[in-house]
Write a protein that binds this ligand. Structure first.
Ligand code: SF4
Length: 246
């Protein structure tokens, strides 16, 4: 295959290739509605999806609606979500998010990104997850995998997730943004590892400007010695914190 010239041409090939590789990609966070996906995504910061999926059935059995969650006892809530890490901050975000849904949106999850990002614990990444997965609306969440692969594939040079999202949005049709993000995440987990990408096994090797040139970085001391890092491998970075409204 001739190397596509330019980011847009590369993005088109990446989209087509990943669609062939991962045609039925799904969000890994289990949920039954937008409210549960919103809560699960807040819990997924610095935690594996598998761990979140162990916690959310208990959480939403106890607090099935925004009203229930807004009235939760903070100590009991912290106990339920403790194993996801950063449980005090996450409990505050969940309580604040539920209270804001009750106060401003009739207990329902809004669909507009401008509304979603007003909720405590919710930034553009989480808002775009909810929009694209729960509502089927355009939304391209940029997590650590999406950012890393987009830069390695030279679709963007931006390290700021919001700037990267806006650059990617210009290259990806609105109705494919959510799936494109999920496919980049899947490829990042399976092939394009953060430390040791498996370029020789990668279907994108022929068109990837970084193929064979990513130098494996040694793990930082903080990662190798931190108990939290060992027990909760980083899946996505936490959203920028906002003060809960309660
Ligand atoms: S060729 Fe290597 S660096 Fe490029 S996307 Fe594939 S695994 Fe990642």
């Amino acid at each position: 295959m001739a190397r596509p010239r330019g980011a847009q041409a590369r993005a088109d090939v990446v989209r087509a290739t990943l669609a062939d590789l991962y045609p039925d990609v799904q969000c890994a966070l289990q949920h039954r509605n937008a409210f549960e996906l919103l809560g699960a995504t807040i819990l997924s910061a610095q935690c594996t999806d598998e761990r979140v999926n162990m916690v959310t059935p208990v959480l939403f059995e106890r607090y099935p609606t925004a009203s229930d969650l807004a009235a939760a006892d903070p100590d009991e809530l912290e106990t339920i979500i403790k194993s996801t890490g950063f449980y005090r901050a996450k409990a505050k975000s969940l309580l604040g998010m539920a209270a804001a849904l009750e106060a401003s949106f009739g207990g329902e999850v809004p669909t507009d990104l401008d509304d979603l990002v007003t909720l405590p614990g919710v930034g553009r990444k989480t808002g775009n997850v909810v929009r694209s997965v729960a509502f089927g609306l355009p939304g391209l969440p940029v997590d650590t995998h999406v950012g890393r692969l987009s830069r390695r594939l030279k679709l963007t040079n931006e390290t700021d997730p919001v700037k990267a999202e806006l650059e990617l949005n210009a290259m990806v049709p609105p109705d494919d943004r959510g799936r494109f993000s999920l496919r980049l995440i899947e490829h990042g987990r399976r092939v394009c590892d953060a430390r040791k990408p498996r370029c020789a096994d990668c279907e994108l090797e022929m068109i990837c400007p970084s193929a064979g040139s990513v130098v494996a970085k040694p793990k930082s001391k903080a990662v190798t010695t931190s108990k939290r890092a060992r027990t909760t491998p980083p899946a996505t970075p936490p959203e920028p914190a906002k003060a809960p409204r309660r």
